[in-house]
Ligand binder design. Structure first.
Ligand SMILES: *Cc1c(COP(=O)(O)O)cnc(C)c1O
Length: 385
């Protein structure tokens, strides 16, 4: 460590931030992310009638129904598409897809941790051929290439580990029997999308939807549902019941899950969906995250010590902003002083190992709190300059 960097880090350690500068809510993490107080109050209001009651009875099934109809409205669900859910989060959905959506071979775009993990699952599956993997270095983006050798294309809408956002469009020249599987875990609900460009647009509730983890949700096209039914019926592979997509489809149609869901997660999710719809739906959420992430990018442009990690402006995420700091400044010293003041989870993705800030601007993050965070960061950088 250089002397300048060490002495700056020491100066930061003793820094006390003026209370007036602090954001109202200090949670800027990329997931689990901030839950609004109104969601918690709604949850508390259901503490005797829904929480702690059977998931096979109407009160809980009504929460599942709220989630399914709310998502259908939020995403202007195309004709024939269905909202399907199950337990285990997006990580479980990768295995659901490996068993129930990929016939023989998939193509994966990998440009960060999450996209690489799905590719690794497809590679490990003994019943599948090794996938085609089109890799880009973290911080950049790559595009799907039509290939007659694959039956599914997979990439993330937003690679949360790097803050790279990808277009969601069927690859030019893709066949009608080839599925497009989009990991929308952090983008869904915060970024506009045309769901008809996908066959599975899947996500978990702890990011843009401001709920807790443990569930996966997928918007499935008729082609995806038909693929799942064919793979389950043809007996060509053993499908673990917990990972069976056809079983999830059957249960979802009855507003339930295969096994017990996290009921509180469902309630918080339903509340957030309703709130988004009241605000103006996905177009409103998209506008808000553009504004808040835009404020961070404008700040980076203003500060010479700060450089966007994603060099291509078109690939910069609206929901996860990654900003590299000059080597003379120790990012861990900055995040530590902010954490001591209740501003949490703006550390970079751990495996990326960069001198970086990673700041989520999901729809629950207000413009005012983003401005306050920027004022705090200015204060800290100026105090140690
Ligand atoms: C968070 C995240 C995941 C993992 O979600 P879990 O619900 O924890 O399994 C997968 N993909 C992306 C893009 C994510 O942001």
């Amino acid at each position: 460590m250089s002397d300048a960097r060490t002495s700056r880090a020491e100066a930061l350690r003793g820094l006390t931030l003026p209370a007036a500068l602090l954001p109202e809510d200090g949670r800027f993490g990329s997931g689990p992310s901030r839950i609004r107080d109104a969601q918690m109050q709604a949850l508390s209001g259901l503490s005797r009638t829904v929480l702690g009651t059977s998931h096979r009875q109407a009160p809980v099934k009504q929460q599942v129904a709220r989630v399914r109809t709310g998502l259908a409205e939020l995403f202007s669900l195309p004709e024939g598409y269905e909202v399907v859910l199950g337990n285990g989060g997006s990580t479980a959905f990768w295995d659901v897809a490996v068993y129930g959506l990929i016939s023989a071979r998939s193509q994966h775009l990998t440009f960060g941790e999450f996209s690489s993990k799905f590719a690794a699952e497809a590679k490990g599956a003994p019943h599948l051929e090794d996938p085609e993997v089109l890799a880009a270095t973290p911080g950049s983006l790559t595009a799907a290439v039509a290939s007659a050798d694959v039956d599914a294309y997979a990439w993330p809408h937003n690679e949360t580990s790097t803050g790279v956002m990808a277009p969601v469009l069927r690859p030019a020249g893709a066949g009608e029997d080839q599925l497009v599987l989009i990991d929308a875990t952090s983008a869904a609900g915060g970024v506009s999308v045309d769901v008809s460009q996908t066959d599975a647009y899947y996500f978990a509730p702890q990011k843009s939807f401001a709920s807790d983890g443990g569930l996966w949700l997928a918007l499935l096209s008729p082609a995806a549902i038909a693929r799942a039914e064919r793979l389950a019926a043809d007996g060509s592979r053993w499908i673990p019941s917990f990972l069976s997509l056809t079983s999830a489809i059957d249960n979802s149609r009855k507003d339930q899950t295969l096994n017990t869901p996290a009921v509180a997660t469902l309630v918080l999710l339903a509340e957030q969906i309703d709130w988004m719809l009241e605000q103006g739906g996905l177009a409103w959420a998209d506008e808000r995250t553009r504004t808040t992430s835009g404020l961070l990018q404008q700040w980076a442009a203003r500060r010479e010590e700060v450089t966007p990690f994603v060099s291509d402006p078109a690939a910069r995420s609206q929901v996860v902003t990654t900003l590299d700091l000059d080597e003379a400044i120790d990012a861990t010293a900055i995040t530590a002083v902010l954490r001591a003041h209740g501003i949490v989870d703006i550390e970079p993705y751990r495996k990326l190992g960069r001198n970086q800030l990673r700041i989520a601007t999901f729809p629950a993050v207000t413009v005012e709190d983003t401005e306050a965070l920027i004022a705090v960061l200015d204060h800290v950088l100026d105090a140690t300059a």
